[in-house]
Design a protein around this ligand. Structure first.
Ligand code: ATP
Length: 295
């Protein structure tokens, strides 16, 4: 019996391994198919970047046809200005940034940069023009220096130091035993969510993009960390077209313009003061967040 059990057990193991390998291959092919969904148009030309003005014009989008996510979204991010998009979780805020960076294509309407449809320009030129600070940054198992310089391998040490200083990282680095040579990532020093976002800001700065997308981390940050990030963002946003996907309203009070998204529709837009006075969704969200802060 035991003699029979061992080979059967082994066969079971082999079966499970093969099955998993097939699932992995399927996943990989799925990913490749998804990646290939966005390709350069036949006549795609490089983006002719002037001032970096961005406009969303009646944009429709769904990840799955039966569930529309954006339903005719229109707003502009004037060149050099800071515009924030706010709204409840799942409203479609991050999706807007994915469409601007062209991870996906809008199903209807258009997204224009300096008047050029992002679907008509080469992806390479588009991605050169835009810097993204994502919600959750991936850090490589390497030094802090490597992780920042990755934004532009040709950057000089002076440029790296300037980026670190603008991203409010110098105090943090000074506190590390190996300074900028400290190993970070999964196998190195564990950095906080706020530090990670500041590393991402320094990385993006080295790229010197005309347009910046800042996808604010959803996880709560202590107020010191939050103000360090906001200071960094305000410095970085100077003279850049900046789109902030915001989760905490306190961080975007001073934005030039605020767009309120609800269930894939722009329901209000204006300055912080004007939106508070309007007493609509923004003012309701603001009150809820103020209560949370006071609790
Ligand atoms: P949050 O504030 O929670 O980050 P959000 O406003 O940024 O939310 P999105 O991330 O844009 O919302 O997502 C909008 C909707 O689209 C959500 O219901 C989400 O579940 C769905 N969604 C997002 N990404 C995908 C995807 N890759 N495939 C399918 N559905 C998705």
């Amino acid at each position: 019996m035991v003699q029979l059990f061992i080979p059967l057990n082994f066969l079971g193991f082999v079966y499970r391994e093969i099955r998993q390998a097939l699932i992995n291959i399927e996943k990989m092919l799925g990913l490749l198919r998804e990646k290939a969904a966005v390709v350069d148009a036949d006549n795609a030309a490089p983006l002719m970047l002037k001032d970096g003005a961005v406009s969303f014009d009646n944009v429709h989008f769904s990840y799955h046809t039966q569930r529309p996510i954006l339903k005719g979204v229109s707003f502009t991010v004037p060149a050099g200005k800071k515009v924030a998009v706010v709204g409840s979780s799942g409203a479609g805020k991050s999706t807007l940034s994915k469409l601007l960076f062209r991870f996906y294509d809008a199903a209807g309407g258009s997204i224009l940069i300096d008047g050029q449809d992002v679907r008509q320009v080469t992806q390479r030129s588009l991605r050169e023009a835009i810097g993204v600070v994502p919600q959750d940054t991936v850090l490589f198992n390497d030094s802090l220096q490597y992780n920042v310089a990755y934004g532009n391998p040709a950057a000089s040490q002076a440029e790296i130091d300037e980026a670190l200083s603008l991203a409010n990282l110098q105090e943090f680095i000074a506190s590390l035993p190996d300074g900028i040579n400290t190993q970070v990532g999964e196998r190195g020093l564990k950095v906080s969510g706020g530090e990670k976002q500041r590393i991402a800001i320094a990385r993006v700065l080295l790229k010197k993009p005309k347009i910046l997308i800042f996808d604010e981390a959803t996880s709560a940050l202590d107020s010191h960390s939050e103000s360090a990030i906001m200071e960094a963002i305000n410095r970085v946003a100077k003279n850049r077209t900046t789109l902030i996907i915001a989760h905490r309203l306190s961080t975007i009070r001073d934005a030039d313009h605020i767009v309120v998204l609800d269930n894939g529709v722009v329901v209000e837009q204006g300055s912080h003061g004007a939106l508070l006075a309007y007493q609509g969704l923004y003012s309701a969200l603001w009150k809820v967040q103020q209560q949370k802060n006071d609790a």
